[in-house]
Design a protein. Structure first.
Length: 600
């Protein structure tokens, strides 16, 4: 599958603009091999922790990033070009899933960002925090009230900097200011390039009771249910990632060292802690040669839901039987490492539409796309300064649905969604080329509360072999039921009076034929892929629980000197696009680390 082709024909000649960041590119530039903290992964969470720990000038931090710099990569800066960064590019880990039984045995790409900022530099910029019920469930599961929403929402003020949309329009009714931060690190904004479809979407929310208007789509104290305006991690027409925010602010600090193109091979045991647990404060990585560095206080693993369990297993921390089968000496037996993989699935439902009001004509025209690119390069405005969609929303399966006669409701509470609708005014089907003619509207269905669980396992003992990624998609009755009902619902949305003179009908034989439950299930299983929101592979659980991988303070169970701070610690995938939730997680993790490691 190719990367999503929007403007890929021009990207090879316009990959660079002036670079401001300072990072190390060679091991010889390291002045020492011992630091207070070593952070593995310069991604969504890792750079938050790097910033917060180095606020104290007495604390030294090394960040090891396997990927390249994000600086000078226009596709990582222009919001509309986000989908072109993955899959199968320099900025992607280029993973694939194993054959999926619930998806007709198909395999497909599993995008993860491999550059400074991680997936916050390569995602679609959707910015949300999850529901209050998400966080209260995490507090209940972990036994730590500090993870509850009343405690977590204060981190919005530290993290978020809500800024005006790029076109400067007044936005009353499009967001609720009291829910947001305005002095934090990551820029967040509303759409600034109005689409012709926007009035139709808003009219549909008035015509269809099952799709009410939602004044704010960030979550937290406000319900996510309903359709509203997207909030993107962007400001001034430019993506705002953990690299352009948290790292950019801290990158000149002499106590922070960031080394890119440094692939971690494994963690190294360095003795035992004061309570007898084995210590893992050494990190072996490869740049041009193999180097071992040591943390005086802690190693913080922020390699993401794929990389974190892979590194743990390579280090002898995992299921002993699995490790022995690969000739890896088990050091800490924990069969939960790499288990409990949970992810959101994505299904683009494409409709043919009348006229030329969609973006398809623009995106087919070399002249118009070049003009849009030039406009963005010159003044950061226009089509590319905006996200690929303006409107999206969330919904629940009705409480009287037949599925709940046999299945417990997997949502964290009655105000949290089961599925999502994303509304795109053009052909949006990552990896599948747009037809040479025609205009389209895409209504994407995303499964928000999956009950299927998968695994991340080592393929071999070679750190450079990609792991076996098995999300085990659509293997429960609830998951296929919810996707089926989502497809039915988006058909009802497209049939609203607001679209009567616009939508022609479903595009493609399989979508057109999806008129019965059996045919819809066949359509879903044949075309659904991932929206790449993996969590759970190093799940948090109560202290002293034999389940899970990390304790409520994110320390690895049975290990001294090692902590995990990334999306892998979430036992359940949040009811949202998770980057905002990960930012809040990392902010609290930073406070926990500081509290447990006081520096005079």
């Amino acid at each position: 599958m190719r990367s999503f082709s929007l403007f890929s024909f021009v990207l090879p000649t316009l990959l660079s603009i002036s670079s401001l960041a300072v990072t190390l590119t060679d091991v010889s530039q390291l002045e020492t091999f011992a630091f207070d903290y070593i952070i593995i992964g310069a991604g969504n969470a890792g750079l938050v922790v790097a910033n917060r720990l180095t606020e104290n000038s007495k604390v030294s931090v090394l960040v090891l990033e396997a990927g390249v710099t994000d600086q000078g990569v226009i596709a990582a800066e222009a919001p509309f070009l986000g989908p072109t960064l993955t899959p199968n590019t320099l900025w992607d880990w280029n993973y694939t899933v194993v054959a999926q039984p619930g998806m007709k045995g198909r395999t497909f790409p599993y995008p993860r960002g491999k550059l400074l900022g991680g997936s916050s530099s390569a995602n679609y910029l959707f910015h949300q925090f999850g529901t209050n019920e998400d966080w209260d469930r995490l507090s209940l599961v972990s036994g730590d009230p500090g993870w509850s929403w009343p405690n977590m929402k204060k981190y919005i003020q530290k993290h978020e900097r809500f800024v005006p949309p790029i076109d400067g329009h007044n936005a009353p009714g499009q967001f609720i200011p009291s829910l947001h931060g305005f002095k934090g690190e990551v820029f967040v904004s509303l759409p600034g390039n109005n689409q012709t479809i926007d009035p139709r979407v808003l009219a549909a929310t008035e015509q269809l009771p099952e799709f009410p208007y939602n004044k704010d789509t960030s979550g937290g104290d406000h319900s996510l249910l309903g359709v509203g305006f997207l909030q993107s991690s962007a400001g001034g027409g430019v993506r705002s990632s953990s690299s352009t925010s948290y790292l950019a602010q801290a990158n000149t600090r002499p106590n922070l060292t960031v080394l890119i193109n440094a692939t971690v091979l494994k963690l190294v045991q360095t003795g035992t802690g004061s309570l007898g647990a084995k210590s893992f404060r050494g990190v072996q990585f490869q740049r041009s040669s193999t180097i071992t560095v040591t943390a005086r206080k802690e190693v913080i693993l922020s390699a993401g839901s794929v990389g974190t369990p892979q590194i743990l297993q390579l280090s002898g921390i995992g299921n002993s039987a699995d490790l022995k089968a690969l000739n890896i000496t088990p050091i800490i037996h924990n069969a939960n490492v790499g288990e409990n993989l949970s992810d959101h699935t994505l299904l683009p439902n494409i409709f043919t539409v009348q006229g030329d009001q969609s973006f398809d004509g623009i995106l087919r025209s070399d002249q118009e796309t070049q003009a849009a690119l030039n406009q963005w390069v010159q003044n950061k405005t226009g089509l590319l300064a905006n996200n690929v969609v303006n409107n999206f929303g969330f919904a629940r399966i009705p409480s009287n649905a037949t599925i709940f006669k046999t299945t417990h409701d997997p949502a964290p509470g009655p105000n949290s969604p089961h599925w999502e609708i994303i509304i795109s005014n053009f052909w949006f089907n990552p990896g599948i080329d747009r037809p040479p003619t025609g205009s389209f509207m895409t209504l994407v269905v995303v499964l928000i509360t999956p009950t299927s669980r998968g695994t991340i396992k080592l393929r071999s003992s070679n750190p450079f072999d990609k792991p076996l990624i098995d999300p085990n998609y659509l293997t429960t009755e609830f998951d296929i039921f919810t996707m089926r009902e989502g497809v039915k619902a988006v058909k009802r949305f497209a049939a609203a009076p607001a679209f009567s003179d616009y939508v022609v009908g479903p595009f493609g034989d399989s979508f057109s034929a999806a008129t019965t439950d059996a045919a819809t299930d066949d359509y879903v299983r044949g075309l659904t892929t991932t929206i790449f929101h993996p969590v759970g592979t190093a799940s948090m659980s109560r202290s002293f629980s034999k389940h899970g991988v990390v304790n409520p303070d994110l320390t690895v169970k049975g290990v001294d000197g090692l902590r995990v701070v990334d999306a892998s610690v979430f036992p359940f995938v949040p009811s949202c696009h998770p980057q905002g939730a990960v930012y809040l997680l990392a902010e609290r993790a930073s406070d926990i680390i500081k509290f447990e490691n006081p520096t005079s």
